[in-house]
Write a protein that binds this ligand. Structure first.
Ligand SMILES: NC(=O)C1=CN([C@@H]2O[C@H](COP(=O)(O)OP(=O)(O)OC[C@H]3O[C@@H](n4cnc5c(N)ncnc54)[C@H](OP(=O)(O)O)[C@@H]3O)[C@@H](O)[C@H]2O)[C@@H](O)CC1
Ligand SMILES: Nc1ncnc2c1ncn2[C@@H]1O[C@H](COP(=O)(O)OP(=O)(O)O)[C@@H](O)[C@H]1O
Length: 377
């Protein structure tokens, strides 16, 4: 998007004379104020900066109001540039007679996030001869009546992340509802169990919106396959005296689920220590969700930097389990898969937050996954 603005120099001069530093502090950042002082507070420079800010707000499609003028920053060197919350702008500013004119164009990047070094170069673009069976086939054991959303969010997150084929296990009488909600998923009858599917898929996502009484739960948890275990799967594990073999599994509890799993009310810092010990003992990956999600396999740690409070909304964890599920098929190492999933989920949440703020819903985040992948692939 581009934005353009014309500003009358004398009008700005009048406002400055009337309001003085109050006006300057309201409109210009400390860096801009230093620049203005160097220019002896010249009204034409002030008007140029002002026009640039208005042009940036227009390029963002928001206008002044939702965006504070002082936050829209103009810098110099080499040439003028603009910045707002991770967005960068190309700027052109000109003066002629009574007017200053500015044009702003958003650079491609949008909110900035950079993939941590240990994740760089891990993802590969699809081969030219890729087909739906070669790019990640997964089974999804999620959702039930009243919890269709959990199934839909996990499934759509799987496909948007890059999965080629998702098989969903649902009760046959509920299939019409699930088909309507997520027609891209190939449905199989849950009563037939997981076994017929296990040879056909590379990984399993298990637990979002799943009831504890579901017979497929125990079967899924003990299946010798890479898997994400979330929500219902975690609650089921919490009730067991003897845990199944969790090698290769990625567990994704929020704090309350982790407390249930460890049978204690420990604070986050202690849960992180318990998570690391647990992951080492069980040869699995533990993802302790929350602001600064913590990922550990007992030997390596990663604290995620993407994500924001607008993501505190029902169903957000279901998206994450789908995203990580896909990366279990794309990356050999489950620790890297979990870390990549957590990073992408948070980055997509940050892009969605730019558009929706705290009105954000899970599907908004899923729709931003392609933008994140464009930047990191
Ligand atoms: N549309 C759908 O189909 C959806 C389906 N979903 C599916 O629903 C299933 C059960 O979900 P659930 O909310 O009933 O159980 P659960 O998450 O264990 O919370 C229990 C209690 O724990 C607490 N608590 C929660 N989060 C916390 C946190 N981060 N940090 C700390 N504490 C936290 C909180 O207690 P409070 O703080 O309120 O006292 C909360 O009341 C699950 O399978 C899921 O996949 C949902 O994803 C929504 C959309
Ligand atoms: N304040 C926050 N900052 C960053 N990420 C958050 C914040 N609140 C929630 N999230 C993320 O949103 C997701 C919520 O997951 P979860 O609590 O399991 O939701 P649900 O069970 O409703 O699907 C997690 O990935 C968590 O890290």
């Amino acid at each position: 998007m581009i934005g353009i603005d014309l500003c009358q120099i004398q009008r700005l001069e009048r406002i400055y004379k009337k309001h003085g530093d109050r006006f300057i502090n309201w409109v210009f950042s400390p860096r801009e104020q230093a620049y203005l002082r160097k220019r002896k507070m010249a009204p034409r420079t002030m008007a140029g900066l002002f026009a640039a800010k208005e042009a940036m707000a227009k390029a963002l499609g928001r206008g002044i109001g939702p965006v504070a003028l002082r936050d829209l920053e103009v810098g110099h060197g080499p040439g003028p540039w603009g910045a707002w919350k991770g967005y960068r702008f190309d700027l052109s500013i000109s003066h002629e007679g009574d007017y200053a004119l500015a044009v702003a164009r958003i650079q491609e990047s949008g909110p900035s996030f950079s993939l941590p070094e240990f994740l760089q170069g891990q993802l590969k673009k699809r081969e030219l001869n890729a087909h739906k069976g070669s790019v990640g086939k997964l089974a999804l054991l999620a959702g039930r009546r009243g919890m269709v959303g959990a199934f839909v969010y996990a499934a759509k997150a799987l496909y948007r992340s890059g999965a080629g084929m998702v098989f969903g296990l649902v009760d046959s009488e509920d299939q019409p509802v699930f088909t309507l909600a997520a027609p891209e998923v190939v449905l199989r009858d849950r009563k037939s169990g997981l076994a017929p599917l296990l040879d056909q898929v590379d990984a399993l996502v298990l637990g979002p919106g799943l009831g504890l009484e579901d017979p497929a739960l125990a079967e899924g948890l003990s299946a010798p396959i890479k898997k994400v275990v979330d929500a219902g799967g975690l609650t089921y594990l919490s009730g067991l005296d003897q845990l199944p073999d969790l090698r290769g599994a990625v567990l994704t509890p929020h704090e309350a689920e982790a407390q249930r799993l460890f049978h204690c009310q420990a604070p986050r810092q202690d849960l992180m220590t318990l998570a690391k010990d647990f992951a080492r003992d069980k040869n699995c990956v533990f993802v302790l969700k929350g602001p600064g999600t913590y990922v550990t396999d007992g030997h390596r740690d990663y604290v995620n930097s993407t994500g924001n409070p607008s993501m505190a909304v029902a169903g957000m964890g279901d998206c994450l389990s789908g995203i990580i599920g896909y990366y279990l098929t794309a990356l050999e190492d489950p620790f890297l898969a979990a870390s990549m999933g957590v990073f992408v989920h948070g980055a997509a949440g940050d892009l969605a937050n730019e558009k929706y703020g705290q009105s954000l819903m899970p599907l908004d985040v899923i729709e931003e996954i392609p933008q994140v992948l464009k930047k990191i692939l």
